[in-house]
Design a protein around this ligand. Structure first.
Ligand code: AMP
Ligand code: MG
Length: 443
């Protein structure tokens, strides 16, 4: 695309405007089929119905004895009823044509085993001579097993039961054909279990976004190197890739582009060859002598947005790259700025591509314990620590707020939002806190 044909929004946008612009560029990715365990944390893209009744048959919810409830009438601690044991029913067995609990008889039965015909209730071991012997003697397991009533012997029942007691009915969880999960549901461990129970070894989900991650800068060395004079380690690729991975995307680490047009162009072509859903670069988007990202994007695609009234993170860039118009997010270089702008702008876009219905982190209201004064004119996302005092959330900044101070990001569990219009927060003021984390010690 020609440079002069481009319309670049040079006015800086508010966080809300920038987010709206960015989100409008993304749609949920197409559905693909994956093995069940690869679906954890992503979004279902099909209706799932039960292929059978669950439980598939009436079964016992206790280890005990399957009885005709009527036989137990009047049974109590001092008036046990004796029944003749005529069969055993372990889990995994199924009643044969000859299996039947006749009045006056009982089957020993294990949890999950099918209830044999004739029986209409189960009485647990604890309420039989077997269980009582166990309680009284506190027997070791091998002795307990020796207490089991054998076929042909009697067992004493110390409690009366009603029809249906301790029986789990066929279809009580779901009936064949029932809708058990709908498109749009995020698959947590419970949903993975439900899918397993209806035989879904493979499942249709929205594809995970593939995101190329590129650092830029002549000063950068890799993480396993000791930086020489004037050098620093490439932190951003790792923090950004980790964010992406933790959100359900697939990071593709492209390493570092040097501060030259040629090398940056080559790296971006390398990125395009991976057919990513999004390219994320960091640094080189400001107005420094060697900040080429915007220029290169102008020649290899187009720039749709540059600069947001946010701190940290002002020189944020968004555009399109190559013929396929792959979205590009140019993050600022300072590690905290890149992580915060990832949270504010990349995460919602990733959530949208994943097909999630909720795109945003939870926000709580928290009372400031300290004054915060960082100047105004831009919305400030202060690295914060939210804790709880009784029923109320309270918050304080992490200390140093320089956008290069990555350890302060590590201490934070939240970003405290100071709106554009507010220049100073006094102790006792309430703030919105965007929770990066939902730490156990707070909630
Ligand atoms: P720039 O936008 O290129 O001027 O970079 C702003 C600041 O971020 C500079 O201090 C850079 O050294 C630093 N920086 C840029 N890229 C990275 C990176 N990948 N890891 C750590 N720091 C970086
Ligand atoms: Mg640079």
């Amino acid at each position: 695309m020609k440079e002069e044909a481009q319309e670049v929004t040079l006015t800086s946008l508010s966080v809300a405007e920038a987010l709206e612009n960015i989100l409008a560029q993304f749609e949920p990715l197409r559905a693909i089929e994956v093995p069940l365990m690869e679906a954890l944390g992503i979004v279902l893209a099909e209706e799932v119905r039960s292929d059978m009744d669950n439980p598939p048959f009436d079964n016992s919810s206790m280890d005990g004895y399957a009885v005709c409830a009527e036989d137990t009438t009047g049974a109590g601690d001092n008036s046990p009823v004796a029944l003749r044991v005529t069969g055993h029913m372990p889990a995994g067995a199924f009643p044969q044509p000859t299996d039947r609990v006749e009045p006056g008889t009982t089957y020993r039965i294990m949890t999950g085993a099918p209830v044999p015909p004739g029986a209409d209730a189960v009485i647990r071991f604890e309420d039989t001579s077997e269980g009582r012997a166990l309680d009284n003697a506190r027997l070791l397991p091998e002795h307990a097993r020796a207490q089991a009533s054998h076929i042909g012997e009697d067992v004493l029942l110390y409690r009366s039961v009603k029809p249906g007691d301790s029986i789990r009915r066929a279809g009580e969880d779901m009936r064949e054909g029932d809708l058990v999960l709908s498109p749009g549901v995020t698959l947590r461990p419970a949903e993975i279990g439900v899918l397993a129970s209806v035989g879904k070894a493979r499942v249709r989900v929205h594809r995970r976004p593939r995101v190329a991650v590129l650092a830029t800068g002549d000063e950068l060395v890799e993480v396993d190197q000791m930086p020489g004079p004037g050098q620093i380690r490439n932190t951003n690729n790792y923090a950004v890739a980790a964010q992406l991975q933790s959100w359900g995307a697939v990071p593709l680490n492209l390493g570092v582009a040097r501060d030259s047009r040629e090398h940056l162009e080559a790296k971006l072509r390398e990125a395009l060859a991976l057919e990513p859903d999004l390219v994320i670069s960091s640094a080189g988007v400001s107005v420094g002598d060697h900040d080429f990202v915007k220029d290169v994007l102008l020649s290899m695609g187009r720039v749709q947005m540059w600069r947001v009234r946010v701190r940290p993170g002002k020189p944020l860039l968004f555009g399109r790259l190559g013929e396929r118009e792959v979205p590009v997010l140019g993050l600022p270089g300072n590690p905290v700025s890149s992580m915060v702008t990832m949270e504010l702008f990349a995460r919602p876009a990733i959530m949208k591509m994943l097909g999630k219905s909720r795109l945003h982190r939870p926000v709580v209201t928290a009372r400031a314990l300290e004054a915060m004064d960082y100047g105004s004119g831009r919305a400030h996302y202060v690295r914060g620590i939210v804790t709880r005092e009784g029923e109320e959330y309270v918050c304080r900044p992490t200390g140093g707020q320089g956008s290069n101070l990555l350890t302060s990001m590590s201490r934070a569990n939240s970003l405290l939002i100071i709106p554009e219009s507010v220049s100073r927060v006094e102790p006792g003021d309430t703030l919105k806190a965007l929770m990066l984390d939902w730490p156990e010690e707070v909630f």
